[in-house]
Design a protein around this ligand. Structure first.
Ligand SMILES: NC(=O)c1ccc[n+]([C@@H]2O[C@H](COP(=O)([O-])OP(=O)(O)OC[C@H]3O[C@@H](n4cnc5c(N)ncnc54)[C@H](O)[C@@H]3O)[C@@H](O)[C@H]2O)c1
Length: 401
């Protein structure tokens, strides 16, 4: 089958290399530099090997493109574009709309269109299908399906092959063809009864994480006030063999999923007359963590950070990836700047961020660890400043969150 994948980011590229085992994959992305890099075998995603890309290109199984003409004639089109929040934290479907436009304008024969981008229930039925029909020059009998993506970039033990995949079409024929496509690379397909169930399940998976992370971050604050070690408390609770799942405190949540997806559910809930109070409160707690941390560090350092050289260690939102989207490090740096600190950051995995290069790991009065990559040793972090505050629990010997 000829498969066009719209968006070649974390999701689109990962799917591309799996789908290319048994299909001819066209990786369409509007970022021309990215397309050029992919076509010369340079991967920008942890877990997608450049050598594998080169091999697939040489075998004619994968090709990246920015030309919409290459989408024409596809049997299947997958949507894997960003679904962020707007400035006022509302769902922003403008990337989905742009993807629908290019799909609608490019297809000249009936195709199966599958959405993998995360969005609220009803998106494939009430948004994507009408949008593609609106942009199509001729009336074509496309089929539509949903299969929300669950990839966790950087995680190796769970991948496209062994992670159960939810899916369903708007019609039985769409469901049949969707199953046939994913069966070419995924061993565990879970059909649900409606697209809305699949879309809601994806949002709830990430809401579950968001709320539990907030809960444990609140526990960290309570524990500090009570003089109790929060991590020992969590380890102790985790000895219960049932009914408990351990989450750990942190500087907050980051990435394109956990800080964003729950607000898609909250938005749809409110439109239907229900307030998603857990989601709202969890957002508040997680977003307040950087300020809480800055205040804790100030209090440990004579009550003020004015003029102090503070080094933020690790600005990626999680270990061993270069992804800085929605990173809590950004809010921490803002909070520290507001308190008069002279702030720099160090992250050799990220390298450069917001037009700045990573600073050396040292020469600071205070170091605050937001993310600890495996390539950075605890010993080196402890030498970076006379006072080190660790939000990760990985740097033994540092002051702990
Ligand atoms: N990153 C994750 O871990 C993850 C996991 C599961 C689900 N998701 C969801 O998958 C979707 C994609 O996320 P991502 O992390 O891959 O995003 P990303 O930012 O890594 O990649 C998106 C790509 O789409 C391209 N793009 C944007 N608009 C386009 C258009 N109109 N036409 C062609 N290309 C376009 C961008 O240039 C970019 O390369 C989102 O809905 C996200 O919530 C992400």
């Amino acid at each position: 089958m000829k498969v066009a994948i719209i968006g070649q980011g974390y999701v689109g590229l990962t799917i591309s290399v799996f789908a290319a085992r048994a299909n001819e994959v066209i990786g369409y992305d509007r970022n021309t530099i990215l397309v050029e890099n992919l076509n010369s075998g340079k991967s920008h995603i942890e877990g997608v090997d450049g050598e594998l890309l080169k091999k697939l290109i040489a075998q004619g199984k994968f090709r990246a493109t920015s030309s919409s003409a290459d989408i024409t004639g596809s049997d299947i089109v997958l949507i894997a574009v960003p679904t962020p929040l707007s400035i006022n934290r509302k769902p922003d479907l403008s990337f989905i709309d742009a993807a629908c436009k290019v799909i609608g304008e490019s297809l000249d024969s009936p195709s199966l269109i599958i959405n993998e981008s995360t969005s609220y229930p009803g998106t494939i039925r009430n948004y994507i299908k009408p949008a593609i029909e609106k942009y199509s020059k001729v009336k074509l009998a496309h089929e539509y399906a949903i299969s929300p993506e669950r990839v966790d970039p950087g995680r190796v033990e769970w991948n496209q092959k062994n992670t159960p995949r939810l899916f369903v079409g708007l019609t039985p024929e769409a469901t049949r063809r969707t199953r046939e496509f994913y069966a070419t690379f995924c061993d565990n397909l879970v059909e649900v009864s409606s697209p809305e169930v699949a879309e809601a399940a994806k949002l709830f998976e990430n809401t579950f994480r968001q709320v539990n992370i907030a809960l444990v971050n609140e526990l960290a604050q309570i524990s500090h006030a009570l003089g109790i070690d929060v991590r020992e408390t969590l380890d102790a609770a985790n000895t219960k063999p049932y009914g408990f799942m351990k989450f750990t405190p942190s500087a907050g949540v980051g990435g394109h999923c956990i800080p964003v997806d729950p607000s898609y559910l909250a938005h749809l809930a409110l439109e239907n007359g229900v307030r998603a109070t857990f989601i709202e409160r969890a957002n508040e707690v997680n977003l307040e963590m950087p300020t809480y941390i800055a205040k804790r560090v100030a209090s440990d350092n004579g009550g003020s950070l004015k003029g102090k050289k503070v080094l933020v260690v690790g600005v990626a939102y999680k270990p061993n990836v270069a992804d800085t989207r929605e990173t809590p490090a950004e809010h921490l740096i803002e909070a520290l700047n507001e308190m008069g600190a002279v702030v720099t950051w160090s992250d050799e995995v990220v390298g450069s961020w917001k037009g700045q290069s990573s600073s050396a790991l040292g020469g600071a009065d205070i170091a605050i660890v937001v993310t600890k990559h495996d390539v950075v040793s605890s010993g080196a972090i402890l030498k970076a400043a006379p006072y080190v505050f660790d939000t990760t629990g990985a740097v033994k010997g540092a002051a702990q969150l």
